[in-house]
Each structure stands twice: as structure tokens, then as C-alpha cells.
Design a protein. Sequence first.
Length: 141
Amino acid sequence: MQTALDTENAMKTKEYIRPMPATWFLHNRHLVIYAFRELTSFFVAGYAIFLMVVLASANQGRGRFGDFSRKVLQSQPSLILHLIVLAFVVFHSATSFNGMARVMVIRRGEERVSPVLIAELNYGLWLIVSLLVLMGAIIYK
């Protein structure tokens, strides 16, 4: 016969928790890419904030923006930082487009549109918008 003490001891047993190292995701290439992609989100957000600072500076007048441009935008560290952020943003965008192609299900009639076609359309639109922005920057310089 089971006593109240035995029942109480049975309730105090611990659940087995498998030890998990902090680097558990480094063993899977897809998880490493996913973690790196999520890390690049901070650079994308940081650059968006930086662009708002640039716009605020441009709104303060031509003289102030000229000073800001010479001191901040045209400095060597700024150029290096822009290249690093560009690499992160391109990686973030590319992995977003590749992931979107797998997740988004578009059907044409009964058949599913190929994920490769969805990714190609995303990259094509990205290229067109980038060229339009570049043309606008060249024309209005």
C-alpha cells in the first residue's frame, strides 16, 4: 500500500532537461544562415534611423547639411560603414526573397507557381527599383 510520504516523494521528482549548449544552432547550416539574417535586421534598422538623421539634417538648411555631409557622410569611416551596411542589407534582402519564394504559395489554376519564378520576379523588381533610384540620383544631382 502506498503511503502519503511515497506519493509526496513521487511528485518531487525532477523532469529531465537535456543540456543544450549556447552554440546549438551552429551545427546546422540553415540555422546559422537564419541567425545571421536575423542579426542583419539590426543593421537594416540602424541604417533606417541614420537615414532619418540625414533627412532631418537636410531639412535644417543647405549650409547645415553641407557641414553634416562633409563631416559625417564623406568621411572615411562613414564610407566603410556604408559598404558594410550595404553588404548586410543585400544579404538580408536576398535571404528574404529566397525565403518568400518558399513560403508564398501562388496558384495558377490548379498548379502551383514555381518558387524559382517567384524569386526571379522579386529579384527583377528589386533590380528595376534600384535602377530607377540610381537614375533619379544621377538626374537630380
